[in-house]
Write a protein that binds this ligand. Structure first.
Ligand code: ADP
Length: 577
């Protein structure tokens, strides 16, 4: 109960704006309860006091019942409308809040969870939570309304009231146990559903690679096994539900039999008239079936509400899903230098990727980093952007420890152009607007010109308004990289880090990217993870990463003379295979 109230309060905080709709809904529900409670009461009074001279009164009652039915219909309409306003608004607010929290999660937390975990919470769970205020309220209204029938029974005959109450309590306890058991199975089922949602997401997003890898069958086998497990969990849940329902139904039949026995006994003992006995018997459906129905579905709704709420608030509040932390210092105007001082880092706290790494990058210079695959080059970039926190040492941006800086000072000033940059399924123009809302067409054209992308865009039938597909699938690797360069130029990030593509870009594409990089020289601090000689020969400084640290640095000519590893890398054209 405590848990439900706590969760209701939390959910309500997202729907406060739609308080008016909720109040209208509550008022209508109260009207419904009053109607449903008073009608059986009046009927009970009539049953107990009925005489032949009361026909006029009965007719009057029938008219009142007609009016009440009309009010009931209007009330239902008003509830439906306001339910939707409250529900949609609350879900939207919760989804936005949850979306923001997901974007605040530490990268390692995101790495270790399947995307399905987050997708299910963002969609299904938020919807189920808001349902408590709508369908849940309807069920609560039904439950309270049934209480009217109980009071009516009490007015008619207290023996039957005690009996019906006992029967109701026994059935409710049984329903409660059922819900506990089914609830546990439901959690298992939902966790498995998360996995299936994750895999189906990957099936769509990774369809291209699944095809290329010729891995259709093995992927489908994996998916099939997970769906099978999901069905099993669902079956276990339904099976438990069914078993309990069988026991409950049998018990209900038994109570029906007992009801008849008691009523016959009361009639034979002249404790009640036959008419009253029939009236009392007619309440059995309300007491043994309707009441249990509303109680059980209300309990189910509460259970489901709490499961969903805990799943959602786990991400928003709990320590299990760690959030990124930033400092408060702000860089107003970035100079563009950074430094790694004695930096050690491990993803798993066991194997160090970087060990006591030292490196100094000066503003407006161009650097190349070379090293074998898996040496930790990309990791260095990720650490500078604070996607992961280092275990030892310091990373300084413009001389300030990045742990003291706010998010904007770091990520607003640094861009990583990765090997496969993520391009959103929007138009080219909208992809650029995403990083600068008020960008002008002129700025867009200038950025695309510098990124050597304008010729390509001008040849597209829809030009800058061309939609590029999910992940930029309609663009080539080189075009995606150049669009990412344009994005960095629009964002005006002073430090641009290139994780050069390992895949063999054709010479034409390569030279265009090279030209784009050349356009940025002297105005930006550029660091390039290089896989080919042509990209780095002209760098101001080249660093060789080996064994988790920089083992040598200098110009291309210097290193060719002094460093064996570099020489060897050059001989194999720096390409990592
Ligand atoms: P490089 O860019 O030099 O090829 P990376 O920085 O990508 O190397 O990777 C360095 C090491 O860290 C590799 O052994 C890789 O398996 C590991 N690694 C990279 N990313 C992660 C991650 N997100 N979680 C765990 N280990 C990772």
């Amino acid at each position: 109960m405590k848990e439900t109230i706590k969760n209701l309060k939390k959910v309500y905080s997202y729907g406060k704006k739609y308080k008016k709709s909720l109040i209208i809904q509550i008022v209508c529900c109260i009207i419904g309860i009053i109607i449903n409670v008073t009608i059986p009461l009046i009927s009970a009074k009539l049953i107990v006091n009925f005489t032949d001279s009361m026909w006029n009164q009965a007719l009057f009652m029938a008219l009142i019942l007609l009016c009440v039915s009309f009010v009931n219909e209007v009330k239902t309409l008003v509830i439906r409308k306001n339910t939707q306003i409250f529900r949609r608004g609350t879900v939207r607010n919760m989804q936005m809040a949850l979306g923001r929290e997901i974007l605040k999660l530490e990268q390692s937390t995101l790495d270790s969870n399947s995307s399905g975990v987050f997708i299910q919470r963002l969609t299904n769970d938020t919807d189920k939570m808001s349902g408590m205020f709508t369908t849940g309220m309807g069920k609560l209204t039904g439950f309270l309304s049934n209480i009217g029938s109980f009071i009516a029974i009490l007015i008619i005959d207290y023996h039957m009231f005690i009996y019906y109450l006992l029967a109701a309590i026994i059935l409710t306890i049984l329903y409660y146990i059922k819900n506990e058991k089914v609830g546990k199975k439901d959690i298992e089922f939902r966790n498995q559903s998360d996995k299936v949602a994750g895999l189906t997401g990957e099936l769509v997003r990774g369809a291209r690679d699944i095809k290329m890898l010729f891995a259709k069958e093995s992927f489908m086998k994996e998916l099939d096994e997970n769906i099978k497990l999901q069905s099993e969990k669902n079956f276990e849940m339904r099976n438990t539900d069914m078993k309990f329902n069988l026991v409950i139904d049998l018990l209900k039949d038994f109570f029906e039999f007992i009801t008849i026995v008691i009523l016959v006994y009361l009639v034979t003992k002249n404790a009640v008239t036959v008419a009253i006995a029939i009236a009392l018997y007619s309440y059995k459906t309300t007491v043994l079936t309707d009441l249990m129905g509303t109680v059980s579905s209300l309990l189910e709704e509460i259970k489901s509400f709490n499961i969903s709420s805990n799943r959602v608030f786990n991400i928003i509040n709990s320590r299990k899903y760690k959030k990124e932390k930033f400092g408060i210092k702000h860089i107003n105007k970035i100079i563009g230098n950074f430094e790694f001082k004695n930096v050690s880092f491990s993803y798993d706290n066991i194997n160090n990727v970087l060990t006591g790494l030292n490196l100094k990058i000066k503003e407006n210079k161009t650097y190349g980093i070379v090293g074998k695959s898996g040496e930790g080059k990309t990791t260095m970039f990720n650490l500078l952007c604070k996607l992961y926190d280092i275990q030892e040492g310091t990373i300084l941006l413009d001389g300030i420890d990045i742990t003291e800086l706010d998010e904007e000072s770091i990520r607003g000033n640094i861009t990583i152009i990765s090997q496969n940059p993520y391009i959103f399924n929007l138009s080219i123009k909208e992809n650029l607007k995403l990083v600068k809302n008020d960008i002008t067409d002129e700025e867009i054209k200038k950025a695309c010109h510098l990124a050597c992308l304008d010729d390509f865009i001008n040849n597209l039938p829809n030009g800058y308004d061309t939609i590029v597909g999910e992940g930029g699938v309609t663009l080539s690797g080189g075009q995606r990289q150049r669009l990412a360069i344009a994005r960095a130029l629009v964002q005006k990030t002073k430090i641009i880090l290139f994780d050069e593509a390992t895949s063999a870009l054709d010479n034409e594409t390569q030279s265009q990217i090279q030209k784009a990089i050349d356009n940025l020289k002297d105005e930006y601090t550029i660091v390039i993870i290089a896989h080919r000689l042509s990209t780095i020969v002209n760098c101001d400084e080249i660093m060789v990463l080996q064994g988790g640290k920089i083992i040598d640095s200098g110009t291309h000519k210097d290193l060719l003379k002094s460093n064996k590893t570099y020489k060897k890398l050059c001989e194999t054209e720096l390409v990592e295979k």
